[in-house]
Design a protein around this ligand. Sequence first.
Ligand code: NDP
Length: 499
Amino acid sequence: MSSSPLLSRQLFYDGKPQPASSGKTFQSINPSNAAPLAEIPVASQSDVDAAIAAADRAFPSWSQTPPIARSRILQKAASLLRERNDEIARVESLDSGKAFTETSTVDVVTGADVLEYYANLVGGGGLNGETTQLREDAWVFTKKAPLGVCAGIGAWNYPIQIALWKSAPCLAAGNTMVYKPSEFTSLHAQTLAEIYLEAGLPAGVFNVIYGAGDVGGYLTSHPTIEKVSFTGQVSTGMKVAGSAAGNMKYVTMELGGKSPVIILPDADLENAVNGAMMANFYSTGQVCTNGTRVFVHASKKSAFEQRLLEKMQHVRAGPLFDEATNFGPLSSAAHLEKVTAYIRHGIETDKAKLLYGGLGKPQVSNDLENGFWVRPTVFTDCTDDMRIVKEEIFGPVMSILYYQTVEEAVKRANTTELGLAAGVFTKDLNMAHRIIDQLQAGITWVNTWGESPAEMAVGGWKNSGMGVENGRRGIEAWVKNKSTLVDMCGEVPTVFAKL
Ligand code: NDP
């Protein structure tokens, strides 16, 4: 166990760290060795009320600040994030268990990119409305108005990235936010609030509270909250969306997936294997868009499996800050239990053929023995009815399914209630487009997997979500429309005239 002093965190609202009145705390744990990292205060209902009140007070002035001025502040925050990349990434690794090789190159960077993107978008007229000439003496113009105080609720897999993907368009559009990170990965939130403040964000525009689902539930159902942006599991999302929609709040839901990768017989084998591995083992499989159902043409079975097995040797578990490590532990003890239960179910009940990995831990040094490690695992010859094939595991567990015809593969790929992501590997681009067109998912890739740049609007179909984040479309989720008809003819047409 590490004997490092515990990090300290506080609630953050009204432009400063604030004590919590609940008297309760929870621990943040380093998933690689189970050592406590920080004692985090739980927000009481009156703390949540106070954070929402701060956001409400800040809204009139922030929403009236010209977009170009808001843009300058957000650009500055993006620069500060980049300057402090390694320092922030270090804490993200400790908190989430992801290897520093990942957090230092992806997590902060892709968050800062989105902040810069929306700062540029609103600074460059991205909130402008439309003008429509109706007739010679009448026109319609539209305005995009901010919504008000918004709630952001984050999952634990990409902590600071999720906080930025929500707060960047929210603040750029002129809203204010109260953000609750997952209790498993809360450390980034105060740092982000401090960076926003340092960049010039007025007090109360971005606020942070901590706690578990009950705190999230109180926040998202609060009458002052105008919009809920949620990232998490389908079951939680359904509850939160139901309560928000019932109270006429705007919602964006980024939920889970069980995404298919279809590998055609003509695909570049090397590329397809690399894609399938990135789609299953990056971030130890804790990625919402993971392509966990890998459909391979039956004629390529032995070639695909052989190359995959060779490459599995390159999945390297180890100390989080070791340059060679590209595979960390799972994020929590509870999640380890869940993923292990799925692997056990795959072996014992589904009776899937275990090609690689399985139960137990990968080899790690003694000081990491207590961490939440699981082996990267591949099941092959899977069938559509297996539980490991049907349910989101959210861990490093690949299921390979063989198919004979493209029609069959597409049909089976679509046989799920989820529709987050999908992809195809082939050299035939016409065929790729035809397949992509038929796949029921909001995020699709051709001959690659996983890249999600600021410019790309992403969101799930079916039970995987509602609305999108990022891209030009993403800003629309944070504004409401006002249409005005202006008539200059000087006479109101009326039916109430003398006969
Ligand atoms: P959860 O649904 O368990 O939790 C998500 C967040 O909601 C957490 O902050 C949680 O708090 C909070 N919460 C729990 N209950 C409530 C409630 N009743 N009201 C309001 N908030 C509540 O998801 P996980 O954290 O386990 O995240 C993993 C899931 O997220 C996976 O299914 C994954 O696919 C999905 N995900 C989707 C993404 C996408 O863009 N589509 C991206 C990343 C992840 P706490 O944890 O503190 O209890």
